[in-house]
Structure formats: C-alpha cells, structure tokens
Design a protein around this ligand. Structure first.
Ligand SMILES: C[S@@+](CC[C@H](N)C(=O)[O-])C[C@H]1O[C@@H](n2cnc3c(N)ncnc32)[C@H](O)[C@@H]1O
Length: 443
C-alpha cells in the first residue's frame, strides 16, 4: 500500500516528539523531496547560546599590501554617491522634511512595488545614519558621481561597472517601482562584463578570489563542488590554481549554467548541475573534498540549515570555502539589493534565521562564524584581517573544515522512534543554533 506524503499534522507530531527529548529546546521538521517518497528530516537546537569558537588568525598581510591602502577612501566615495542619490530620490517625493514621515508613507509616495518596500526602509535608515535630512544640490550630486567614477577606476572596476553604478543611482525611482529591473542594467546588451567587473575584475574581488583559490588549492582536491557559481568569477581563479580536478559547477539559474558550458568548453573535468541552496541538496554524487560558495549563501533562507546540509556533501575532513559580504553598504542598497527582493509571486516567506524581519540580506562576520561552528565545522579561518584596509570592503573569505562530530543529538531514542510511524522517523537530524523560523509557516 503506498504511503501518503506526511501531512502538516504528521510533521507537527514529529516536531513535538523531538521537542520532548531531553536537551532539545526547539525543533523544525522539513520534508526532503515531495510526493509519497518524501522523507522527514529535522533541525534541533538546545537553545543555549553558543560559545565563541576559536578563529585562526589569518597570516599577517596575506591580502593587504600597498595597493589595498586605497580601499577605504574609494569605498567612502562610492558610499557618499549612493547616499546622496538615495537622498535625492527620497526628496523628490518628500519635500517637507525627511524624518517627519515614516518609511511606509515614503514608500507610498515613491509608489514602491510591494516587494521592494524593504529597500525604502533601508534607504531611510541609511539617510538617518548619515544624518542627511536635506536634499543634495545638483552640483553636490554631480560631484559625488564624478568621485564615484574616479574611485571605481582606482579600484580597477571596468568602465561598464561605472556605467552600471551611475545608471542604477539615476534610476532609483524606476527601480523601486519595478518599472525596470536591475538585471536589465547589470546585463545590459546581454553582456556579462559589468557582472564580472563586480565579482572578478576589481582589486577587492581579485584579492578575495585569490585567497579562496589558494584555500581550495591547499587541499589538492580531487573533487570540487561550486555552489552559485554564476558568472564564474571565482571559478576562474580556482581553476587557475588547481591541477586536474573533477569540478561540479552548479547554479540555480539555467542562464548561468548555459553560459558556463560555453565559456569553459575548452577545460576538461568540468561538469554542470542545477542546485538550489533552498531545496534539498542531496546530489547523487560522491562526497567532495572542497565545497566553494562565493557570494551566494546569503540567498539561503536559513544559513545554518544550508551549512548543515553542505556539511553532508563534504568528505570527512573536507573544506568549505565561502566568500560573503558581511556589511550592507549603501551602494548595495541602491543596486544589488534589488536582486534580493522576493519575486512578486513568491510563496515562501523571507529569511528564517537571524536576519528574519530585519530588512537585511547579509549575516555579519560573527554570525557566519557562529553558524559555521554550530553546523559542525572546525578550524575556522577568516580573511582579511579586521584591522587591514581591505576589511573596509566588508567582504570575507571563510574557510572551515568538516568536523568529525556529526552535528546531531543522540540518535532518536528507540521509545521516541517507536512512538512514530516508520515513515515519519526523521532520516537525518541536524543540530543548528537557535532556530528562528517564521512560526506562521511552521507545522
Ligand atoms: C552574486 S552571484 C555570485 C556569482 C559567483 N559565485 C561569483 O562570485 O562570481 C550569486 C549567484 O548565486 C546564484 N543563486 C541565487 N540564489 C541561489 C540559490 N537559492 N541556490 C543556488 N544558487 C543561487 C545566482 O544565480 C548567482 O549566480
């Protein structure tokens, strides 16, 4: 007799069974796959704050040198242009003094699309943090745009990236109304030069991609999985640093997979697959020596859950290499954040982890460290050094090794397992940090 897929009531029963176990404060039950073959899996938390994990100090001056000294000044110029463009946009609809009205009224006045209203809230927070209640003059704005372009050049971003930033900052009202998409500006004319400029062809990304590539090469891996490989900016650096390797290039988007098939056609050892960090990641694959995820894991609805799932893809002692932005820059709130708004027809709620309800996309450096430790990784290394000039960019390379200890509680005690029908006994149980989930969607 075919087994029915578990219902919400079934999942609630599993959750309550887990939460009755000693040492489990909270549980979240997930379904892996769908239909009658769906398997139950669970995340549990003991609710205790995590001890601060030890983090290896990066080798001194590994990433910073004379060249990176310009980073803080250039970023300040870029941030200034962004915040002035935001102020200009907001003041076109808000002439009576910025802070007299709430974010929702400003969003209404801007006719912001519902999915982008969180960005308007970010903008108002940015203006408040920069103490900018007055609109910039035309000259001030023009000067800031020129400074932005000079900074862009100094950091080595291609001219297309300059055009992209300028167009985005001048198009904020149309972007926030969803009259144009950020993708149409980033991939103007179907080219990837601006996107590659953002993730590869600039001083900051070159340093970070090189550090990530060195971390991958240090493992002399036979098998690498790259998640969210996109335009292949980090892939380029890694492929240049490793020898013969079996490299599984994955992304959620068929567009990037097709482009990569063409771009890396000359290179042997590459394979391609669709992989979504918000879906079950059970790949029919041998474990990997290295998993690389550059500028993608912030797309995970629950970072801890995704890190725990990635751990299962790694061979014992395998290495996870992440590149992540850990600071919400104003320029990002006026450009790339438009890519992070939910789709208009999205069914899923937003983030379900520490970012929940906070109008932000990125986890902080400390939050990533804690999530990695909680998800069963050890020997964490974070670069660049916090006191060097490159740190101003807010982007970090995290390297972590799969720990031996499976991050699971003692296996479900037999009496608890016996209390559940066999098809509801969780196939896997991951321990993560405090579960911050949207309870309205919880069974
Ligand atoms: C900011 S780009 C980074 C691209 C590339 N890793 C790099 O740094 O050059 C983010 C990439 O993540 C992919 N992505 C977005 N959501 C994802 C998801 N849920 N699962 C897997 N990949 C995702 C996007 O398609 C895109 O290629």
């Amino acid at each position: 007799m075919p087994v029915e897929p578990p219902s919400r009531d079934d999942l609630r029963l599993v959750r309550r069974t887990l939460e009755a176990l000693p040492g489990v404060a909270e549980a979240e039950v997930l379904l892996i796959g769908d239909g009658p073959g769906a398997a139950v899996s669970a995340l549990v938390s003991d609710g205790r704050p995590l001890p601060e994990p030890s983090v290896a100090a990066p080798p001194s001056a590994r990433l910073d040198d004379g060249e990176t000294r310009v980073v803080p000044g250039c970023l300040a110029a870029m941030e200034r242009a962004a915040v002035l463009a935001i102020a200009h946009t907001v003041h076109t609809v808000q002439t009576t003094g910025l802070f007299r009205h709430g974010a929702e009224e400003v969003a209404d006045a801007l006719r912001a699309a519902p999915r982008h209203r969180w960005i308007v809230r970010r903008w108002l927070a940015a203006l408040a943090s920069e103490n900018l209640p007055a609109p910039p003059s035309r000259q001030e704005l023009a000067r800031a745009m020129r400074d932005l372009d000079a900074a862009r050049q100094e950091l080595g971003y291609p001219a297309e990236m300059g055009r992209f930033f300028q167009t985005a900052l001048r198009s904020l009202p149309r972007l926030v109304r969803d009259e144009i998409s950020l993708q149409s500006l980033l991939f103007a004319g179907g080219g990837m030069t601006a996107a590659r400029g953002n993730y590869r062809d600039n001083l900051i990304s070159r340093r970070l991609n090189r550090a990530a590539a060195e971390a991958v090469a240090a493992r002399a891996p036979a098998r690498v999985l790259e998640i969210g490989a996109g335009v292949g900016a980090t892939t380029d650096a890694v492929l240049a640093a490793v020898g013969e390797v079996d490299y599984l290039f994955t992304d959620v988007s068929a567009f990037f997979l097709d482009a990569a098939r063409e771009r890396f056609a000359h290179r042997t050892g590459l394979r391609y697959a669709h992989l979504d960090v918000n879906a079950p990641m059970a790949l029919d694959e041998q474990p990997f020596d290295v998993v690389l995820a550059a500028n993608v894991l912030h797309n995970a609805r629950h970072a801890g859950r995704t890190l725990a799932a990635i751990r299962e893809l790694l061979a014992p002692g395998g290495t996870l290499v992440l590149i992540e932005s850990c600071v919400e820059h104003h320029l990002v709130s006026a450009s790339m954040h438009f890519l992070m708004s939910p789709r208009a027809d999205a069914l899923l709620p937003g983030f379900a982890d520490v970012r929940q309800g906070q109008d932000r996309v990125f986890l902080t450096r400390t939050e990533w460290i804690l999530q990695l430790a909680a998800a069963g990784y050890r020997d964490l290394r974070v670069e660049p050094a916090p006191d060097g000039p490159l740190a101003a960019a807010g982007q970090h390379v995290f390297t972590a090794v799969r720990g031996e200890r499976h991050p699971a509680p003692a296996p479900l005690p037999p009496e608890a397992a016996e209390a559940l029908p066999p098809h509801l006994v969780p196939r896997e149980i991951h321990t993560v940090d405090a579960l911050i989930t949207d309870r309205s969607h919880r069974p």
